[in-house]
Write a protein that binds this ligand. Sequence first.
Ligand SMILES: C[S@@+](CC[C@H](N)C(=O)[O-])C[C@H]1O[C@@H](n2cnc3c(N)ncnc32)[C@H](O)[C@@H]1O
Length: 494
Amino acid sequence: LTTFYKWDTRTQPRITHLLKLENCNTTVSELLIPLAWTTVTQQLRKVPDIFFWGQRKRFSTMPEIETSKRDSELFSPPSDVRGMTKLDRTAFKKTVTIPVLKVRKEIVSRLMRSLKRAALQRPGIKRVIEDPEDEESRLIMLDPYKMFTHDSFEKAELNILKQLNVSPQITKYSLELTYENFKSEEILRAVLPEGQDVISGFSRVGHIAHLNLRDHQLPFKHLIGQVMIDKNPGITSAVNKINNIDNTYRNFQMEVLSGEENMMTKVRENNYTYEFDFSKVYWNPRLSTEHCRITELLKPGDVLFDVFAGVGPFAVPAAKKNCTVFANDLNPESHKWLLHNCKLNKVDRKVKVFNLDGKDFLQGPVREELMQQLGLSKERKHSVHIVMNLPAKAIEFLSAFKSLLDGQPCSSDLLPIVHCYSFSKDVNPAKDVQQQAGAVLGISLEACSSVHLVRNVAPNKEMLCITFQIPASILYKNQTINLGEHFLENLMKL
Ligand SMILES: C[S@@+](CC[C@H](N)C(=O)[O-])C[C@H]1O[C@@H](n2cnc3c(N)ncnc32)[C@H](O)[C@@H]1O
């Protein structure tokens, strides 16, 4: 897997603002598998005066100086694949002429160490081949965009050739390229309409490549899916997202473009294993850093309530850290896989799993446990954390904390710490989230919360996490707002 960082330049001022708000690492990472080999053709276009060989003889001697027309499309698939919608791998055959250096076979490995710059580097192409005319010799394939004549060797390279008694004479070789020798980006660039974007990457979920195709790419969707499978070891299924993730259970509607229909998959995240049916539950590989960040805040013995737990990416690591975990999800499929993953990671004894609506979970099992935990000895050192990762709606669920508990408030350092996720399209997303959460609770959170930028979801849409301790005045029944806590603070500001 390769991680690349996709920064939306428009969000940079906002990111700076968030960093000031909270002295904590900010992550804007998108876990994607980039197709981004820098396009060979783009690179090649910068190279002036590349040679062109007319003859189709298999192996012949090149003239010493040859600066004819440059063939910038040397490593592009044949032009007649343009517009292909059903993948025909045989149509990608093409013969190209490659400069080669003839050397004695016994010095090949020694020489290759010194000719790294000059040697050809293409997927699936051997850099050293047998010499069809002399079994005691080998041909070293050279990069046709760097190596034209003996003058193309650098001084150090010429020195080593001299030492090993090799003539720097470059000859040429007709090489047949096939589908296997092209990179996925080269294939898609050759097939899709000229000048249109080829896909920029995909999310990987176990054996599944998860694409989000644009309209102009849809006529080629099955071909694109098959190329992703062919060119990415371990990928055996390619799916395209066909709706926005706005249903209750946050799972994608998806169409299998190519490969296995089976969406039962297994992923590794932060050293834990999760199994689930990707078509029925929520899983986002871009949240691994966030799962890790929250887990690192927890200490052994802490209590974690995970209100929207999915298949367990907060619950499992927390339980492994010896926390007591109460994990809940409304989706019966998530609940099933959550139980399964607790067993799979051998933490089923430390996690109590529920299949309730978030509000019922908070007002039922969470309330009951908090009444017990917070009423315990004042000596308790463990913290209580409540994670609420349902960014489109979680803030609304904060109202469930109002007057949740009876009796005497616990000491302020024992009050539960909430980590509540939200989206924001505001120019000041941190303030926006603080105001939204504060409005639901009827208090100001601006001075007593921190906001972490999780990721940039779309241009001008951020995912954030607001963290704060629930004030006793909110959590306990019959409490007047504690002037020391919020009211006074706000009055002072006025
Ligand atoms: C964005 S996912 C987060 C899952 C997991 N925490 C993670 O980080 O990958 C939100 C989860 O909330 C669940 N959910 C949605 N509405 C819910 C509700 N009203 N009560 C409880 N769970 C709910 C969904 O089924 C989904 O698994």
